[in-house]
Design a protein around this ligand. Structure first.
Ligand code: HEC
Length: 145
């Protein structure tokens, strides 16, 4: 009985001691190992940050298309919780006020904008019918909030 306890202890000491020595050797031999681990940690933190930021921009899934198409570079859509640039107006009420402001319904405006800046934007990167429909739907939801 006593013998087997002793054997167990000796094995444990050898096991742990060996493991610790091996780790030490690894640490001193491969100086780059800690660096790799640091990089990994930084990446994890960065990913965590993205995850925190993204929900703010996708609070309501319908705003995704406006974000995807780069509209947020110049427009915010406050009613959808979307932060954006201030070059263009906030689009929260665009669904209802574009026709009065630009002389055509938003669907048409996004096809052939009457404003110079938007003509350039759409001319350089036209929206597919599906994208336009999605954007109009999102802005309709925004205008109803
Ligand atoms: C380079 C900056 C820029 C980008 C990118 C941009 N816009 Fe605009 N947008 C403007 C500006 C500036 C106006 C105001 C034009 C005016 O009133 O003559 C405008 C006006 C509009 C309007 C009319 C709103 C109103 O109240 O007058 C709508 C709708 C619109 N943009 C939608 C979009 C959508 C959708 C996208 C993405 C596909 C987009 N914009 C991308 C700059 C931009």
């Amino acid at each position: 009985m006593k013998n087997s306890v002793m054997i167990f202890l000796v094995c444990a000491v050898i096991g742990f001691g060996g493991g610790a020595l091996f780790n030490q050797a690894k640490g001193s031999n491969e100086a780059s190992t800690p660096d790799v681990e640091t990089t990994k940690q930084t990446e994890t933190v960065a990913e965590g940050n993205t995850e925190v930021v993204q929900p703010a921009n996708t609070v309501s899934g319908e705003g995704q298309i406006i974000s995807d198409k780069g509209c947020l570079a110049c427009h915010a859509v406050e009613n959808l919780g979307l932060q954006g640039g201030a070059t263009g107006p906030d689009l929260s009420d665009a669904y209802t006020n574009v026709e009065g402001k630009h002389g055509k319904p938003i669907e048409e405006f996004l096809k052939e904008p009457t404003s110079a800046v938007m003509s350039t934007v759409i001319g350089g990167n036209p929206l597919t019918d599906e994208e336009r429909t999605k954007i109009v739907e999102a802005l309709k939801i925004a205008s109803e909030k």
